[in-house]
Design a protein around this ligand. Structure first.
Ligand SMILES: Nc1ncnc2c1ncn2[C@@H]1O[C@H](COP(=O)(O)OP(=O)(O)OP(=O)(O)O)[C@@H](O)[C@H]1O
Ligand SMILES: [Mg+2]
Length: 430
């Protein structure tokens, strides 16, 4: 049928064969049955999309298996066609799919722009979990849906919140963060809602609240579980009604903000313990982002390490790399502080490296050094050298490599500094 219509057609006699074919050659369109024995149509779809994401796929389904067709579409199929079908029906769908395939040139062009505009470069990671997060950002950011981001400390919750904002239509409006754990609740209330003059002792003038400041933009409630249930009730009201009242004022003010909330707490547990209101939880938990701990996506460690190395080398104008074995050490490390801990380790490593290499001792967090075998077996001289080198380098950086001024800062004579630099192998890079 398709050949008669002028298409070039390659046939596969089963799912395995089809997978081989799509892996070996590139096709504009794959037309596949769903139920086909060992390797089914979903697998063929996966293979085809993996081999060439622009390949369009149409799945053929039998009457009554609509769920699998829906699943196929979710996985990237272009369309489905229900059996039995007429030649006309098939040709219409094939032409449509190919039309879309022809537009693919534009799609990939758009994709480049997309990446640029969607500011994802700062979210590093190739693990399934991170891809999933990026995919969700793309889908959810343009909507105004409330988002709830959960994950251990240092997993990137704030980073994701910012990416959602940056990729939304609100990106030219404010992104306002409030860390609920950092200020007292009374203060938090007046900060958020603002107040009129004389609303409370000390309210000498009227003040706009952060909600008003954020109008048109995004409001990020960090550590939202650190608030009391009575505050949560006020927050819920503001979100639900889309309006607030300044303290001491009865007039409602309309606000247009998108809410994103984050917590490292287990909210269902907090609800069970009556520390968190269930109704607020439901209201926030519209789009959920769950950020996995770094130790559960170790495949991202090397990428993140590279990223932070580059970042801190640029920042400190240094050129250093990891000594042998350091990456292996990091790959095994527990990272209870997640990405932030890794970032701090690399920052410290870049600062401490003095022979162009970051050694294992340079990245071990200070509190982890006490009592570890690594520190016990270190020579006192090495510890002193390291500290001296770090101080010298810091001074040199501060004065842009001017040795006289660095010596002065360190309280050394220029000759002593010169001797130390020679022994420690420190060069001034300009
Ligand atoms: N996937 C990532 N790629 C690059 N940098 C990341 C990634 N995840 C986190 N970071 C970096 O790690 C640090 C911590 O991230 P962030 O502040 O977003 O974490 P958090 O989950 O809000 O932590 P906390 O609960 O302690 O507030 C930041 O400097 C951030 O840029
Ligand atoms: Mg945070």
């Amino acid at each position: 049928m398709l050949r008669d219509a002028g298409f070039e057609v390659v046939e596969a006699h089963d799912g395995d064969h089809a997978c081989d074919l799509v892996g070996a050659d590139s096709f504009d369109l794959v037309l596949t049955d769903l139920k086909m024995g060992a390797t089914d149509g979903i697998q063929v779809l996966r293979h085809a999309k993996e081999a060439a994401p622009l390949t369009e796929v149409i799945v053929m389904t039998a009457y009554g298996t609509i769920e699998s067709a829906v699943e196929a579409i979710r996985l990237g199929a272009h369309d489905y066609i229900q059996k039995p079908f007429t030649e006309q029906e098939l040709l219409v769908k094939v032409h449509k799919a190919l039309e879309r395939r022809r537009l693919a040139g534009e799609v990939s062009l758009l994709a480049a722009e997309f990446r640029e505009r969607y500011r994802f470069e700062n979210i590093i990671g190739r693990s399934g979990a991170i891809r999933d997060v990026l995919g969700r950002i793309v889908r959810i950011a343009p909507t105004d849906a409330t988002a709830l981001i959960t994950g251990e400390s240092g997993t990137g919750k704030e980073l994701v919140a910012k990416a959602i904002h940056a990729n939304s239509r609100r990106d030219d409006r404010p992104f306002v963060t409030v860390n609920c754990a950092a200020i007292s609740e009374t203060l938090l209330e007046s900060e958020l809602f603002g107040h009129v003059r004389g609303a409370f002792t000390g309210a000498v003038s009227a003040r706009r609240g952060l909600f008003e400041e954020a109008d048109g933009g995004t409001f990020f409630f960090d550590e939202v579980a650190e608030t009391s249930p009575s505050f949560q009730a006020k927050l819920l009201r503001a979100i639900q009604e889309g309006e607030i009242r300044r303290l001491g004022d009865n007039r409602p003010l309309r606000i247009d903000v998108r809410i994103i909330a984050a917590t490292n707490q287990d909210l269902p547990l907090a609800i069970a313990e009556r520390r968190f209101r269930q109704d607020l939880y439901y209201r926030l938990n519209v789009a959920r982002f769950i950020l996995p701990p770094l130790r559960e996506r170790r495949e991202d460690i090397a990428l993140l390490t590279d990223h932070f190395l580059e970042k801190y080398c640029r920042k400190m104008a240094r050129r250093v790399t990891l000594a042998e074995g350091v990456l292996d050490y990091l790959m095994e490390y527990h990272f209870s502080g997640n990405v932030r801990e890794l970032e701090n380790m690399i920052e410290q490593g870049v600062a401490l490296a003095y022979d162009g290499l970051i050694h294992r001792e340079d990245v071990i967090p200070t509190d982890g050094m006490i009592g570890t075998n690594a520190s016990r077996s270190r020579l006192m001289q090495d510890v002193v050298d390291e500290a001296e080198a770090a101080a010298i380098q810091a001074a040199l950086r501060e004065v842009d490599g001017n040795k006289e001024r660095a010596a002065e800062m360190l309280g050394l004579s220029p000759t002593t500094l010169w001797r130390k630099m020679k022994r420690l192998n420190i060069e001034v890079r300009v």
